[in-house]
Ligand binder design. Structure first.
Ligand code: 1GP
Length: 269
C-alpha cells in the first residue's frame, strides 16, 4: 500500500479511537441518560487515605465485574498525598471513569476523567459557594477535566458528619423535603448540571425516599444520592424513589464484596 495512504488510514483510525474514547468518557451524558430513561447507576466512593495499593487493585477488579458506573475519589481531609497514585493504579486495572469528589481545591488532578465541581448550596458559607471556586479556577480550567457543576445539598443524617463540621454549615432537616426541593430548584435555575443529596459519609440515617422522590420528580437534571447507605435493599429503595446515581463509600470499605449486590440492586430499577 502507498505510504501516504497508510498514513491517512492510520490518522483516521487514531481520530476514530479518540472520538470513541471521548464519547465513552462523557460522564454527564451518561448521567443525563440515566435521568431520561428513569434509570439508576451505581458509584463507589473511595477515600484515598483509607485504601492501599492492594486494596485499590482489588476494588478496581470487583467494580469492573460488578459493572459499577463510576468511581468517586476524594475525602474531607487528605492525610496522605496519594490521589494520583490511586488513579494510576485504578486505571491499570479498570476502564471505569474516575470522578473527583474533592474536599478541597488541592484535590484536583488532570489524571481523573471528570470533576464534580461542588457548590454547597444547602449552606451559607460563601467560601464553599464561590470562594474556593475562584481560587481553584485556573487549575481547573487548565486541567482539561470534564467539569460537572454540582449543586451539593447536605441532609441531616442523624449524626454530626465530617462534611458538616468541616464546612461550618447546617444540614437540611431530614423531615423537610420542601426545603430540599426549593434548594434543588434554586441550584437548577442557577445552572447547576446535577443535584447531589448527601446525608454525609457515615450517616446514621440515609436520605429518605420521600425526599428523594420529591426532589427527583420536580427537577429536570440528574439526581445523585449518597451517605449512610449500607445495604443492597436501601440501594434499591433509593433507586426506586428516583435517584439517578447512588454513591456508597463506607459500607463497601468494610465489605468489598457488597459491590456486586449493590450495583445490581441499583440497576434492577
Ligand atoms: C458521602 O455520599 C457519600 O459523601 C457516601 O457516603 O460513605 O456513608 O457511603 P458513605
Amino acid at each position: 500500500m502507498h505510504f501516504a495512504l497508510k498514513l491517512y488510514l492510520c490518522c483516521n483510525l487514531f481520530s476514530l479511537i479518540r472520538h470513541i474514547k471521548l464519547t465513552v468518557r462523557n460522564v454527564y451524558k451518561q448521567l443525563c441518560g440515566f435521568k431520561s430513561q428513569n434509570k439508576c447507576g451505581f458509584a463507589v466512593l473511595v477515600d484515598p487515605d483509607k485504601i492501599d495499593e492492594t486494596g485499590m487493585r482489588k476494588l478496581a477488579k470487583l467494580a469492573t465485574i460488578a459493572h459499577v458506573d463510576f468511581v468517586l475519589l476524594g475525602g474531607s481531609l487528605l492525610m496522605v498525598q496519594q490521589l494520583d497514585l490511586c488513579i494510576n493504579i485504578f486505571k491499570q486495572e479498570s476502564d471505569i471513569p474516575v470522578l473527583l469528589f474533592p474536599g478541597s481545591p488541592a484535590q484536583v488532578t488532570p489524571k481523573a476523567d471528570a470533576l464534580l465541581y461542588l457548590s454547597l448550596i444547602s449552606g451559607r458559607n460563601p467560601d464553599l459557594l464561590i470562594g474556593q471556586h475562584v481560587v481553584s479556577a485556573p487549575v481547573v480550567k487548565a486541567s482539561g477535566l470534564e467539569v460537572i457543576s454540582t449543586g451539593y445539598i447536605l441532609i441531616d443524617g442523624g449524626v454530626p458528619t465530617t462534611v458538616s463540621y468541616m464546612s461550618h454549615t447546617l444540614p437540611i432537616p431530614a423531615n423537610k423535603p420542601e426545603i430540599a426541593l426549593c434548594t434543588a430548584w434554586a441550584g437548577e435555575m442557577q445552572g447547576k448540571h446535577i443535584i447531589y443529596l448527601d446525608a454525609g459519609s457515615g450517616a446514621k440515617t440515609p436520605v429518605n425516599k420521600e425526599m428523594i422522590t420529591r426532589v427527583s420528580v420536580n427537577i429536570e437534571i440528574p439526581l445523585i444520592v449518597g451517605g449512610g447507605i449500607c445495604t443492597p435493599d436501601k440501594v434499591y429503595e433509593n433507586a426506586k424513589a428516583g435517584a439517578n446515581l447512588i454513591v456508597v463509600g463506607n459500607a463497601i470499605e468494610k465489605d468489598l464484596f457488597l459491590i456486586k449486590e449493590m450495583a445490581e440492586a441499583a440497576k434492577r430499577v
